[in-house]
Design a protein around this ligand. Structure first.
Ligand SMILES: [Zn+2]
Ligand SMILES: [Zn+2]
Length: 145
């Protein structure tokens, strides 16, 4: 699809990125109804029209938009459909925003007890190290005062 992407797709991707992010913000802050409303609006804006496609004769695979749809329409329709299925299956509380404020990535919480707070191991480690250092510094300050 690299050869088909055009400037206009970028603007559409950026706007959709913001709206998809809102879905995660709503979910992670318990605003279930808003998450559903935003996904429904996105489903309307980026409708799914499944189709089997083969770029070479025997690599059949699914596309989610009709022939001739833009690259952004194809990608975003897939993302919105995937998130909507996820929400119905597991609930919007499974949408998360990384607790490391320097990161800001979003994630889907697949943990067994819905307790994930970071987008990755890397952010979790970095944040725990920072908290540990802060506690150590506090102790040190308390001991000299
Ligand atoms: Zn394809
Ligand atoms: Zn992160």
């Amino acid at each position: 699809m690299r050869d088909e992407v055009v400037e206009r797709d970028l603007a559409i991707f950026r706007r959709a990125q913001k709206r998809l992010r809102d879905v995660f913000e709503f979910g992670t802050t318990g605003r279930d109804i808003q998450a559903v409303a935003e996904l429904n609006a996105l489903l309307e804006n980026f409708p799914v029209q499944p189709r089997i496609s083969g770029h070479d004769a025997n690599d059949w695979h699914m596309h989610v938009t009709s022939r001739g749809a833009s690259v952004s329409a194809e990608y975003i329709a897939g993302a919105v459909w995937g998130l909507s299925v996820w929400l119905c299956e597991f609930g919007s509380a499974r949408f998360g925003v990384c607790a490391d404020e320097r990161c800001g990535n979003v994630y889907l919480d697949t943990s067994s007890n819905c307790c994930r707070r970071f987008c990755s191991e890397r952010c979790a480690t970095r944040s725990h190290v920072a908290a540990h250092r802060a506690r150590k510094k506090e102790k040190l300050l308390a001991s000299v005062m």
